[in-house]
Design a protein around this ligand. Structure first.
Ligand code: MLT
Length: 402
C-alpha cells in the first residue's frame, strides 16, 4: 500500500478547520467569554416556510407505501431539474434537463469534477480565492498557477490587458496558458464581481486555449445590479467552454441541508457524458426529501422568502461596512456578496489580526492569507450572523479600533 504523496503538499489542515480549532482552544481556556462568529460563511436564519412545508410533506410521503421512494436518479429528480431549468430560463438561458445535475452542494462537485481531467492539466486559480480549488488539485498532483487578484485590478484578474472598473490603469496578467480555469463571481473572499465584458474576455481566452472554465456561482443571489452577470451562460459561447456550480447553501440556508446543482453543457466536448458516467458510478443522488425542499426554493413563495433572508444579510453587511468606514479601515465587498474584505489595521498580518480580535473582543473572522498569498494582510468578515450579534461585534470592534 502506497500513500498519495500529494497530501504532503497540502497545508496541515483545511482553513476553516484551523480556525475552528483555534476558537475551540480559546473557549477551552476562557469558557465564560461570549464568542461572536463572523468567520466561516455559515448561515444563521432558519429555512424558509415554503421549504420546511415541502420537507414535511416529503417526509410523510416516505412513510406511506404508495409514495415511498428508494434509489432516485443519480443526476436528480426531474421535478427539481425542471425547477432549475425554469430558474435559468427566466434569465433567458436555455438548458436541456440532461445538462442539469443535482448535487449535495458546490464544494463536493468542485472537487469531484476533477475526476474528468488528466493529471497533467495546468490549473489557473485566482489568488486569493476559496481554498477548495487549490487543495483538491494538489490532492490530485496537478500543477497550479495563480492569477493575482489585488487592489490594482479590483481583485478581478483578467487574462488580457483591460481596464478594471476601479482604476484608470490597465492591468494584465502574465500567467502561462492553463487548461482548467477557476472563476468565482461574486468572489469568495473579496466580494468582487465580474461584469459581462470581463467574463466575455475570459470565455474568449478559454476558447482560444482549449481550456475549460469552472465557474463557481454560489453567491449569485447576492448580486443586486441587474447588469451584472449571475451565470457565465449569460455570455455567448460560454456553453462551449464552461461548467457552472451553484448551491442553495447561501441562497436558501442549505448549509446543513445540502443541495446544489452543476451545469455541464452538452456542447462541452465529451464532458457531459463523462460526468453522467462518473455520477452514476460514484453517487446515489441527493435524498428525495431534500430535493423536494430544494424544489420549493424555486417556487414563487420560496423566492420571495429567500430574498427577505438575503436582504437581512445585506443589512448586516452594511452595518459592518459602516463601522469599518467610521474606523477608517479600507474594505470592499458586502454589496453583491455576503463577505466584507478588509485590510488589517496597523500592518498586522492576517493571523495576527485574527488572534488580536479573538483575544481582545472575541470576534472570529477569517484570515485573508488562508485564501492565498495575496490575501496576506487582509481579513474576511461574513454578514451571515444574526443582526444582534453583528451589531454587538461591530460595537466591540469600534471600541478597540477607533
Ligand atoms: C466560506 O466561508 O468560505 C464558505 O462557507 C465555505 C464553503 O462554502 O464551503
Amino acid at each position: 500500500m502506497n500513500l498519495n504523496k500529494n497530501y504532503e503538499n497540502l497545508e496541515q489542515s483545511y482553513l476553516f478547520s484551523t480556525v475552528a480549532r483555534k476558537v475551540n482552544e480559546f473557549i477551552g481556556k476562557n469558557p465564560d467569554k461570549k464568542i461572536i462568529r463572523l468567520g466561516i460563511g455559515d448561515v444563521t436564519l432558519p429555512l424558509c416556510k415554503a421549504v420546511t412545508q415541502a420537507l414535511h410533506k416529503a417526509v410523510d410521503e416516505m412513510g406511506v407505501q404508495a409514495t415511498f421512494r428508494g434509489y432516485g436518479p443519480e443526476q436528480g429528480y426531474d421535478f427539481l431539474r425542471t425547477a432549475v431549468q425554469k430558474y435559468y430560463a427566466k434569465r433567458s438561458i436555455e438548458l436541456n434537463l440532461d445538462e442539469i445535475f443535482i448535487s449535495d452542494g458546490a464544494k463536493s462537485d468542485l472537487g469531484n469534477i476533477l475526476d474528468l481531467f488528466d493529471k497533467d492539466n495546468t490549473v489557473l486559480v485566482p489568488d486569493p480565492v476559496y481554498p477548495v480549488y487549490v487543495d483538491t488539485n494538489i490532492m490530485n498532483g496537478r500543477k497550479v498557477i495563480f492569477a493575482d487578484a489585488n487592489g490594482d485590478n479590483c481583485f478581478l484578474p483578467m487574462p488580457t490587458k483591460t481596464q478594471p472598473a476601479c482604476s484608470a490603469e490597465t492591468s494584465s496578467n502574465t500567467f502561462p496558458p492553463a487548461d482548467i480555469i477557476y472563476i468565482c463571481s461574486p468572489n469568495n473572499p473579496t466580494g468582487a464581481v465580474y461584469n459581462k465584458e470581463q467574463l466575455r474576455e475570459w470565455v474568449k481566452y478559454a476558447k482560444e486555449n482549449n481550456a475549460v472554465i469552472l465557474f463557481d456561482s454560489a453567491y449569485e443571489c447576492f448580486i443586486s445590479d441587474p447588469e451584472l452577470p449571475r451565470s457565465i451562460y449569460e455570455i455567448e459561447g460560454a456553453k462551449e467552454c464552461a461548467i457552472e456550480f451553484c448551491s442553495l447553501s447561501k441562497t436558501a440556508g442549505f448549509t446543513g441541508t445540502r443541495c446544489g446543482y452543476t451545469i455541464v453543457p452538452e456542447a462541452l466536448s465529451k464532458l457531459n457524458k463523462m460526468w453522467l458516467r462518473r455520477q452514476t458510478t460514484k453517487f446515489n443522488g441527493v435524498p428525495y426529501i431534500i430535493q423536494r425542499g430544494a424544489e420549493a426554493v424555486f417556487s414563487e413563495e420560496g423566492q420571495r422568502e429567500i430574498k427577505e433572508n438575503i436582504n437581512y444579510y445585506k443589512e448586516n453587511a452594511k452595518i459592518i461596512s459602516d463601522t469599518l468606514k467610521r474606523c477608517n479601515i479600507w474594505h470592499v465587498g458586502g454589496k453583491h456578496s455576503p463577505y466584507i474584505w478588509l485590510r488589517c489595521p496597523n500592518n498586522m498580518t492576517s493571523w495576527e489580526f485574527f488572534d488580536y480580535l479573538l483575544e481582545n473582543i472575541q470576534v472570529v473572522g477569517t484570515p485573508g492569507s488562508g485564501f492565498g498569498k495575496n490575501g496576506e494582510g487582509y481579513f474576511r468578515l461574513t454578514s451571515f450572523g444574526s443582526k444582534e450579534n453583528t451589531i454587538e461585534a461591530m460595537e466591540r470592534l469600534e471600541k478597540i479600533l477607533k
